[in-house]
Design a protein around this ligand. Structure first.
Ligand SMILES: NC(=O)c1ccc[n+]([C@@H]2O[C@H](COP(=O)([O-])OP(=O)(O)OC[C@H]3O[C@@H](n4cnc5c(N)ncnc54)[C@H](OP(=O)(O)O)[C@@H]3O)[C@@H](O)[C@H]2O)c1
Length: 443
């Protein structure tokens, strides 16, 4: 039997234990997985899953050092003690399965380096997209492709809020409060609405798709707080929906040198984006997630499904456990690793960092909403400022008035982001400009 030490018996831990304790009709390898020990914070809580007697403990360190445990499944969340326990488990030769995107995005380099030295696997299917299989496909099934773009809707909370804003015409703050009441948003929504959770996830996806480690602080990140009901309406009229997109792609123009290797620069970013109605990601609504991967020769493939929840996330966790169990069964881990190495389709062995392109170099289209004095000539002045910085405009229209101010919406052609911001600096000095409530990129 393959003995499992489970850290955490909350939402995902409970879903995972339920599958392990009820293997009938699922993959036969589940019969080989035994829930050996379970670590939690409190022994007083009522547990809804019938655990084997005596397996529950608050001493998590004793699980990661237990000689009988083969796989440590970390479903605690947060950075500590999760990171330290994972490193200790690896040092004790345990294989790791985790759903913890925050730890992987920040400490993946430590964890993978330690795991590769120890000859153990770190599996993270559940860390991105909940129940959607996307990590193993990037590691295995898409290996023939030169991947050039990964674009995802990878945060269910923000997609739920934006979908409701689109359907009901409400303002961000009101819908956030209602989403919190209904349990779709956390009491502290920062990680979701400010794009930080999506940044963790795109850093992980980018590292797998492009075979390079990503420094999280180089991921440009903007959340959805700036998106107003007016923007949703104008976007709709212009043929777009607004989505929080996590994007990693190879720009066509760039390459740079790292450690004397020619490596392509990557763009890795998270921001609310106007997505054309015809785009496959435009129809992803509510809490669902989707990840679109583009490569040569495959073209586009999209992974879609439930991005969270006990059952779906546990499905991804258990799939990792089955993969590790299959290798254990073949004897291609542990002492044999010294001869064979880790399975190349299961391990993350890349060590070089990607050169992440500065956001000023991004070539994109922009949408901007201006509030200005309601007087003649303002549109002309805006056009001149943009022209001075080589920003060519696709459209510029006065869309209405708000509290005696004119509302003007601009959509640009593809421009260098740095030029666009220089034009905005000049525009902010114009006496007629009251404010620029929204700046969004257009896909
Ligand atoms: N929830 C989802 O839909 C979802 C989706 C994708 C990924 N994830 C990821 O899955 C992981 C788990 O999420 P979750 O929603 O299942 O969390 P959760 O419901 O808050 O459960 C956390 C579990 O860990 C235990 N725990 C936390 N800190 C501990 C500590 N210091 N010592 C001992 N036990 C501790 C808790 O013990 P007690 O039970 O005693 O409090 C609880 O059983 C996170 O990394 C999360 O990002 C979750």
């Amino acid at each position: 039997m393959v003995k499992v030490g489970l850290l955490g018996l909350g939402t995902v831990g409970t879903g995972t234990a339920q599958i392990l304790l009820d293997p009938d009709g699922r993959h036969p390898l589940l019969q080989d997985l035994e829930l050996h020990r379970v670590g939690v914070r409190s022994l007083e809580k009522t547990r809804t899953v019938p655990l084997p007697s005596g397996c529950l403990t608050t001493d998590l360190k004793s699980i990661v050092t237990d000689p009988a445990v083969d796989i440590v499944v970390e479903l605690l969340g947060g950075l500590e003690p999760a990171r330290s326990l994972l490193l200790e488990a690896i040092a004790h030769g345990k294989h790791i399965v985790t759903a913890n995107k925050a730890v992987i995005a920040r400490y993946g380099d430590q964890l993978f380096t330690a795991a590769n030295q120890q000859g153990v696997y770190v599996m993270l299917e559940a860390a991105v997209g909940g129940g959607i299989p996307v990590i193993q496909p990037l590691k295995q099934s898409l290996g023939a492709n030169r991947i050039h773009t990964v674009i995802g809707i990878v945060n269910g909370t923000t997609n739920y809020i934006l979908t409701r804003m689109q359907q009901e015409g409400g303002d961000f703050q009101d819908i956030l409060v209602d989403a919190q009441r209904l349990g779709y948003a956390e009491a502290d929504p920062t990680a979701d609405v400010d794009g930080l959770d999506a940044a963790d996830k795109i850093a992980i996806l980018a590292s797998l798709a492009f075979g390079r480690r990503i420094k999280l602080d180089q991921v440009h990140c903007e959340g959805i707080r700036q998106v107003g009901a007016a923007d949703i309406t104008y976007a709709q009229k212009l043929g777009f929906v607004i989505k929080l997109l996590a994007i990693a792609r190879k720009p066509e123009y760039a390459s740079s040198k790292i450690a004397n290797l020619e490596v392509p620069e990557l763009e890795v970013r998270v921001h609310p984006t106007l997505v054309p109605h015809s785009h496959p990601l435009a129809s992803i609504s509510g809490v669902h997630n989707a990840i679109l991967v583009e490569g040569e020769p495959l073209g586009q493939v999209m992974f879609f499904g439930p991005g969270a929840g006990a059952g779906p996330t546990a499905s991804a966790v258990v799939s990792d456990m089955i993969n590790v169990a299959s290798l254990l069964k073949l004897g291609v881990t542990g002492p044999d690793i010294a001869n064979t190495g880790l399975h190349p389709l299961m391990a993350c062995s890349h060590q070089h960092y990607a050169a992440v392109a500065p956001v000023e170099e991004l070539i994109t289209r922009f949408y901007a909403r201006f509030l200005t004095q309601d007087q003649p000539g303002v549109i002309g002045k805006l056009g001149t400022c943009f022209g001075d910085h080589h920003v060519s405009l696709e459209s510029i229209v006065q869309t209405g008035t708000q509290k005696n101010l004119a509302e003007i919406v601009v959509v640009t052609h593809h421009v260098r982001e740095g030029n666009f911001h220089q034009a905005l600096e000049q525009i902010r000095t114009l006496a007629a400009i009251d404010s620029i409530p929204t700046l969004l990129r257009v896909l």
